[in-house]
Ligand binder design. Structure first.
Ligand SMILES: Cc1ncc(COP(=O)(O)O)c(C=O)c1O
Length: 378
């Protein structure tokens, strides 16, 4: 089966893991610190915090920014549920915003403006599929409205621009991301003071960690804030240090595959549209396509599956998940809903070659032609 996403891990990661085991120090040691510095450097930042997931990163950011009960946070619904869950974690209210269009499935500034109230405190931007939101437009908007700007950059590791939009950004190293530590995440923040507060909150709010106390005279520590256990361990940091070395090359390989997909889809199945027709900075995390309206998506999924090709959907919109239908009833986001009904995510990862792309497009073209022939399209 050609998978939608596949991590690239091998001998170097294995060797790095063995070194950690041989070292006898398994969590929050030098490797975590080295990884934080290397990740920051890759983004042109001074420092970063490694955590155990992007979800934890988002939670720490909102908590550190003082967002809480009574506050509203603008979020897209075309995202993974973690984006809005973290708003609920701090007791605030997520307010779902529609996408710009099916060609630019990023949060709409116009709709965000319409949904702003006196309670709105922050915006969480998601760089859907790795395609960066418009930084200056969002910065102007945030400044004008007095809002804090947070990036859910789960899809955007390796871009210098990611993490430079607003107060802070959260990255994911989950197994299907552009680089992985199996589970893991990182935070970049503009204000070093905020970054240090989040570093402390990551480890229960303790004033020192086990590794620091090993190197100091005193075994005492204090707890000066409410914290969490969102620590990264040495094994994950060791994998991350290896993966970081290839991230730029892998993102470039993704770009090449996406260029080929775009060209072949336009030639061989023009009824299928590829969003982001205008050039935009991207890590090319997802190969999202839009099927023609009225076409039976499940038939296309089944057809590709029979040909050994996995596909997925990004995303079932968050406002339509049962939990959110109960918590935020009556939300209507017509462009998000249209996009989500027709979207199909094709395989895209640096382990693929041109032949894989050709095979996927051939299968997609056959499936779409077959569906159109049986009159499935309105
Ligand atoms: C847009 C987005 N935000 C947040 C997350 C959560 O990341 P993690 O699994 O590292 O907590 C994901 C993961 O898939 C994601 O795609």
């Amino acid at each position: 089966m050609l998978l939608v996403a596949a991590p690239i891990v091998g001998a170097e990661e294995k060797a790095a893991l063995c070194e950690v085991i041989d070292s006898g120090w398994l969590t929050m040691g030098d490797r975590v610190r080295n990884f934080e510095q290397a990740f920051a450097k890759a983004h042109g930042a001074e420092d970063s915090i490694a955590v155990n997931s992007c979800t934890a990163a988002l939670h720490l950011i909102l908590q550190a920014l003082g967002i809480g009960p009574g506050d509203e946070v603008l979020v897209p619904a075309l995202t993974f549920v973690a984006t809005s869950n973290c708003v609920l974690y701090v007791g605030a209210t997520p307010v779902f915003v529609d996408i710009e269009s099916t060609d630019v499935p990023l949060m709409s500034l116009q709709d965000a403006e319409a949904r702003c109230t006196a309670r709105t405190k922050a915006i969480i931007l998601v760089h859907f599929g790795g395609y960066l939101a418009d930084r200056s437009a969002w910065q102007d908007f945030a400044r004008r409205k007095g809002l804090m700007l947070v990036e859910d950059a789960a899809h955007a590791p390796g871009l210098r621009e990611a993490g430079t939009f607003g107060e802070a950004a959260a990255f994911s190293f989950y197994g299907n991301k552009n680089m992985t530590t199996a589970e893991g995440g990182a935070i970049l923040a503009r204000d070093p003071g905020l970054l240090e507060a989040m570093r402390q909150a990551r480890g229960h709010g303790m004033t020192s960690g086990t590794h620091q106390r090993l190197n100091s005279r005193t075994p005492h520590y204090d707890v000066t804030m409410l914290g969490f256990n969102y620590r990264m361990d040495e094994l994950r940091a060791a994998i991350g240090l290896v993966q970081l070395q290839s991230l730029a090359r892998w993102n470039e390989a993704r770009r090449h595959l996406v260029d080929r997909y775009r060209r072949l889809i336009a030639e061989r199945c023009p009824a299928v549209k590829v969003p982001f027709t205008a050039p935009r900075i991207s890590t090319h995390h997802l190969m999202a396509v839009l099927l023609p309206a009225g076409l039976e998506r499940q038939d296309v999924i089944d057809h590709l599956r029979k040909r050994g090709i996995q596909t997925t959907i990004h995303y079932g919109p968050v406002h339509q998940l049962t939990l959110y239908r109960q918590l935020c009833p009556g939300v209507r986001l017509p462009r998000t809903e249209d996009f989500a009904q027709r979207e199909l995510t094709l395989p895209l990862h640096p382990g693929m070659d041109d032949g894989d792309v050709d095979m996927v497009v051939a299968a997609l073209a056959d499936a779409v032609v077959a569906e159109i022939a049986v009159g499935a399209v309105a």
